[in-house]
Design a protein around this ligand. Structure first.
Ligand code: 7PJ
Length: 301
């Protein structure tokens, strides 16, 4: 291993050092699916997806996540040919026109390979490289990978999500996947982890994960969080319409960033970037040392 990797550069990390809390980066979501839950059908053509991606870059996205198969609850799988037909034209056009890295949101080895050939520089796998051939393909391609936790499969994962201890179980899973990925030849500095909010998790599970997100930030690899417009945000805010969950999503992502998430996967790039700017401005303000509490004596002490 020599020199900083792609993720180090993206995060502005000095090689060999990982920041405890650092400059959090924004990954803009580009769905090329006819059935995505929050912008369903709006960007199902390559032209529209491309235009949307360009807009996210203009809004300040640090990288783009291109997905051709919906993983929303209840979604049905698409085959390799269809997934490639959706994503490849978009990746090809973007790769030569945008400066930001492109991530491919897929679990299929064939799609990983073709997407990287077409110019994608990162793999985002909601199944944590558990599909047959995915580990070896990712290792061979040598690009960074996001290993996400999911209980079950999208078609049924929200029917009855159950854990004894969601934080401990997701943590154990991610530790295991980091180990397995390294054993398969994926460099640790190319690994990003993600607890997978909403993937076989109800609102209580998601809140517990968010409350203890710091534990995942301490795994020694960058942490990604994605809560954008998800059902949990809808439940907490009373917003049934995903498009109306922007403010709630921004709040959740700001909390995630403060608890150590270095990457935020979002639909609403401009709003998230503004929130991060406000938070980051505070980092430059000198904080006085916490003073010893004045001793208060009550008369009858
Ligand atoms: C996530 C994802 C997420 C990662 C989706 C949606 C569903 N990839 N792909 N993390 N969610 N890494 O956008 O609501 O949370 S698709």
């Amino acid at each position: 291993m020599s020199g900083p990797g792609f993720i180090d550069q993206l995060l502005g990390v000095v090689f060999g050092q990982r920041p405890k809390a650092g400059p959090t980066r924004v990954m803009g979501i580009v769905n090329v699916t006819p059935d995505s839950f929050s912008d369903g059908g709006k960007y199902d053509s390559a032209d529209a997806a491309y235009a949307h991606a360009m807009r996210l870059v203009a809004e300040g996205a640090d990288l783009l996540d291109i997905g051709g198969e919906s993983t929303r609850p209840g979604a049905v799988e698409v085959d390799v040919e269809e997934e490639l037909r959706r994503v490849l034209p978009v990746i090809e056009r973007l790769a030569t026109r945008v400066a930001v890295p492109i991530s491919i949101d897929t679990s299929k080895p064939e799609v990983m390979r073709a997407a990287v050939d077409a110019g994608a520089g990162m793999i985002n796998d909601v199944r944590g490289l558990r599909r047959e051939g995915a580990l070896d393909t990712a290792a061979m391609l040598g690009v960074p990978v996001v290993l996400m936790h999911m209980q079950g499969e999208p078609c049924s994962m929200q029917e009855a999500p159950a854990y004894d201890d969601v934080v401990a179980e997701v943590h154990r899973f991610l530790v295991e996947r980091i180990f397995v990925a390294e054993m398969a030849g994926i460099a640790k500095r190319n690994i990003v982890v993600d607890p997978g909010f909403g993937f076989g998790k109800n609102t209580q599970h998601n809140l517990q994960l968010l409350a203890q997100l710091q534990r995942f930030a301490e795994l020694g690899v960058p942490l990604l969080a994605g809560l954008s417009r998800k059902k949990t945000i809808g439940e907490l805010t009373g917003r049934a319409e995903p498009r109306e969950r922007v403010f709630g999503s921004v709040a959740a992502h700001l909390v995630a960033a403060q608890r150590g998430a270095l990457l935020l996967r979002v639909h609403d790039v401009a709003a998230t970037v503004d929130a991060l700017k406000v938070w980051n401005a505070l980092a430059a303000v000198p904080m006085p040392r916490v003073q010893a509490k004045p001793e208060i004596r009550w008369p009858d002490d």
